[in-house]
Design a protein around this ligand. Structure first.
Ligand code: SF4
Ligand code: SF4
Ligand code: SF4
Length: 367
């Protein structure tokens, strides 16, 4: 029997999803016996032109991890889509945007200003920052376009399956590879993890009382956490109710609350919003001031409720009002004017210096 062709690729990722594949351990050797790995940049030296040479649909399955931010990532995803029968969005970043997706709370311009100009550790008197095209004497250099918005894989190509988790657990990776091998994949569009919320698998669910009355929100480091009790009951935010199960309750078992890396459970579009509406119903407060006090206890609500899912949420990213854009333009113009004024001042000084030199020379000649 000929081997099935498998490709593994990474976009905007931390490398953890690649490590999760390596965590297959000896099973990786078994996988290598039944799959021909045609691309895996992190582990083997392959050239993209080798992929370009393949027939369309020749790769049986491609696992792509990481979110999509640059034109290069998009182009590679499109190429692999064309060459693959099945594409799996592998890990939170490809599935729901993941940690890199938090960048959508800021604009590209803000990042570039901070990284290349305003950060206290930066010295950049010539105000250099990366350009898509740069001319050097040898020719023109190109960098991929860095877009304003981080996207999920299915924002840019059609995705057949989603393998959730930051990173996906080894047992789910094995199951997915077996299903690919045996041609036993479920209906297209499926998430390759149980169709339940994490709370339904969590042992602490039993300790959850009928009704939770939250008077304030506590952060994990401010309280000794009971290892048996539901985090929510202890006033600590746990995203379990609006997160898909399948991770083996990794964080809960380490006495840490869930942060939602498995994405939303079935039939939930916006994980953060779903959690927020559920959380609000637990508030034991009716007066505005009491509610305000509870809400103020939630540090960085955007980063907390959308830690893994901002690009796939209804919110998607931070939007900028016309007024903010106009204010930005004014700020830029002011900066430009200041720069020009400095240049004029420098030139004036230079001319005055030259004039003085000429005057000195003339007076010396006259003598
Ligand atoms: S899902 Fe997690 S482990 Fe995988 S690339 Fe993203 S941040 Fe890294
Ligand atoms: S909220 Fe968290 S701790 Fe409580 S049952 Fe759900 S997953 Fe478990
Ligand atoms: S407990 Fe939550 S954050 Fe932790 S691995 Fe499971 S799904 Fe991810």
């Amino acid at each position: 029997m000929s081997k099935k062709k498998l490709a593994l690729y990474w976009n905007a990722s931390c490398g953890g999803c690649e490590e999760a594949v390596v965590d297959l351990g000896e099973d990786l050797l078994k996988a290598a016996k039944v799959f021909e790995i045609v691309l895996w940049p992190v582990a083997m030296d392959y050239k993209y032109k080798d992929i370009e040479k393949l027939k369309d649909g020749e790769i049986d399955a491609t696992l792509i991890n990481g979110a999509v931010r640059t034109s290069e990532q998009r182009n590679k995803a499109e190429l692999l889509r064309k060459k693959s029968k099945t594409v799996v969005a592998f890990g939170s970043c490809a599935h729901t945007g993941g940690i890199p997706g938090l960048a959508n709370f800021h604009r590209k311009k803000e990042f570039f200003n901070w990284i290349y100009h305003d950060s206290p550790s930066v010295t950049n008197p010539d105000e250099i920052q990366p350009q898509e095209k740069t001319s050097v004497k040898e020719g023109e250099l190109h960098l991929p376009r860095f877009s304003d918005t981080v996207k999920t894989l299915d924002d840019v190509i059609e995705v057949d399956y989603y393998l959730p988790g930051c990173a996906p657990p080894v047992d789910l990776i094995k199951e997915a590879l077996n299903a690919i091998l045996k041609g036993e994949l479920p209906e297209k569009g499926a998430v390759l993890a149980p169709d339940k919320a994490l709370c339904s698998e969590c042992e602490r669910n039993e300790s959850k009382p009928e009704k939770i009355d939250l008077k304030n929100i506590k952060r994990v480091h401010t309280k000794k956490l009971d290892e048996e009790k539901c985090f929510l009951e202890q006033g600590v935010i746990c995203m379990g109710p609006s997160t898909r199960s399948g991770c083996g309750e990794r964080c809960i078992n380490a006495n840490m609350p869930c942060r939602g890396c498995f994405g939303p459970p079935p039939r939930v579009k916006d994980q953060g919003l779903k959690f927020l509406s559920g959380l609000a119903s637990l508030f034991d407060a009716s007066e505005t001031e009491e509610i305000k006090k509870i809400v103020e206890g939630i540090t960085d609500p955007g980063g907390l409720f959308y830690l893994y899912s901002l690009p796939s949420s209804l919110l998607k990213r931070k939007y900028v009002t016309r007024r903010e854009k106009e204010m930005e333009k004014i700020k830029e113009l002011k900066k430009e004017i200041e720069k020009r004024e400095d240049e004029i001042e420098e030139k004036t000084k230079e001319l005055q210096r030259k004039l003085r030199e000429l005057e000195d020379k003339n007076s010396n000649e006259a003598l």
